[in-house]
Design a protein around this ligand. Structure first.
Ligand code: 5CA
Length: 156
């Protein structure tokens, strides 16, 4: 688990994103858990959702605010194909993170990413840092850039 968190710090350093990873000691597995632990609004939590192209099998990452739902139609239009949830085991193998701790950055393989633009409404957002109790905060624009994502209308 330490290795996963280290990968997040290294990816942030590589991207020039200054972050401080916090181990909360309590679960931050869900957006609501994370908001409770961070003392922030659930909309400030970044969900890192990994989907798989039904045709190509390629993984795609969507960064969505904790108070919004990914609109699968909009997501599929961006990906250029129908999408399904990726298998948890594949997520672990290819991102290096288990569900509930999937970070927007630091994946073992490069994954194309899109971010919901409502995240940009906040001064600060919080995202998973590679473990079930680890989070970091960042300015949303800088985080989206570090993830190599483009801001889009993704949610409903
Ligand atoms: N640490 C928190 C807040 S930063 C977190 O990781 N939240 S999350 O939303 O990004 O991760 C949980 C998400 O994983 C759920 O919203 C859900 O979309 C996804 N998920 C849960 N179970 C599965 C599953 N069996 N297969 C694929 N995805 C799943």
């Amino acid at each position: 688990m330490a290795g996963s968190i280290d990968r997040v710090s290294q990816a942030a350093r590589d991207a020039g994103l200054a972050i401080e990873i916090r181990r909360m000691g309590e679960s931050t597995r869900t957006a609501q858990d994370a908001a409770n632990q961070c003392g922030c609004a659930v909309g400030q939590i970044v969900k890192s959702l990994i989907f798989e192209g039904e045709t190509s099998g390629r993984l795609v990452l969507f960064l969505v605010a904790g108070d919004r739902q990914l609109d699968l139609g909009k997501a599929a239009a961006l990906a250029g194909e129908k999408l399904k949830r990726a298998d948890p085991r594949r997520i672990r193998d290819e991102t290096g993170f288990a569900i509930g701790g999937v970070s927007p950055i630091g994946h073992k393989v490069a994954i194309p990413a899109y971010a919901d633009r409502t995240l940009l409404a906040h001064d600060l957002v919080w995202a998973a840092a590679g473990a079930h109790d680890a989070v970091f905060s960042a300015q949303p624009g800088a985080l989206i850039a570090a993830a190599g994502a483009t801001a889009q209308d993704l949610a409903s």
